[in-house]
Design a protein around this ligand. Structure first.
Ligand SMILES: [Zn+2]
Ligand SMILES: [Zn+2]
Length: 215
């Protein structure tokens, strides 16, 4: 059957945007895995297995217009706050993906790791330092630590949050959410929706931007 001209141009548009389509597919898969720390009202999820959790999360995505959950991070609002100063706050993830799973966030609203520029490398280092200090207090061995950021659109909450984890992960599916991919040919990072905090600090210090594609 012949395509009419409208359909033809649609086909061309689609193939022009092949990489966007791949992104969209990847996004819908990963959406199933993302994230639990937005859904504080669903604490009992902790006891469910990954399959059930994936289904619940699929139907429970936070709307972009919803007020920022992390701007309201406090003990009073039900966060398990374990450390804070005037600029940063640390709390445990409501649905830990690893043996220990914390979030370090700036109190000031910053959208994501993608919003960061060269001068913010200092802030990333400060957040890492705080994360390591908390893990030190938990006697977590340095080779079992993972610290990093998700990269939009693969984020659950649009407020910069550093995942601070003590491995191992609780399941293979959980591990999939936090891949650290080394860069090649002088790049810090390879293709990945997650960036190690150290990689992020170096990318920014080199006056580059953190993205999903190699950078
Ligand atoms: Zn916020
Ligand atoms: Zn995240």
């Amino acid at each position: 059957m012949l395509l009419d001209s409208t359909q033809n141009s649609d086909v061309q548009t689609l193939s022009c945007h092949g990489s966007q389509r791949i992104h969209a597919t990847l996004f819908s898969i990963l959406k199933m895995l993302f994230h639990s720390h937005t859904r504080r009202e669903e604490a009992p999820l902790k006891t469910l297995d990954d399959d059930v959790e994936g289904q619940v999360l699929l139907t429970g995505c936070a709307l972009p217009s919803a007020p920022c959950v992390f701007c309201g991070a406090s003990k009073e609002n039900g966060f398990d706050v374990i450390w804070e100063n005037d600029r940063y706050i640390v709390f445990t993830d409501i649905n830990p993906a690893a043996q220990h799973h914390l979030q370090v966030i700036p109190k000031r609203h910053i959208e994501s790791v993608k919003s960061l520029r060269r001068a913010d490398a200092i802030m990333v280092r400060e957040m890492m330092e705080i994360g390591h200090k908390v893990l030190d207090d938990m006697y977590v061995s340095p080779n079992l630590r993972r610290l990093g950021f998700h990269i939009p659109p693969y984020i659950s909450v649009s407020h910069l949050h550093l995942h601070v984890q003590a491995l191992p992960y609780r399941s293979f599916l959980r591990r999939l959410k936090y891949p650290v991919v080394n860069g090649r040919k002088g790049q810090e990072k390879g293709f990945s929706w997650f960036v190690d905090a150290e990689q992020a600090a170096r990318i920014l210090a080199n006056d580059n931007r953190v993205r999903i594609m190699p950078c």
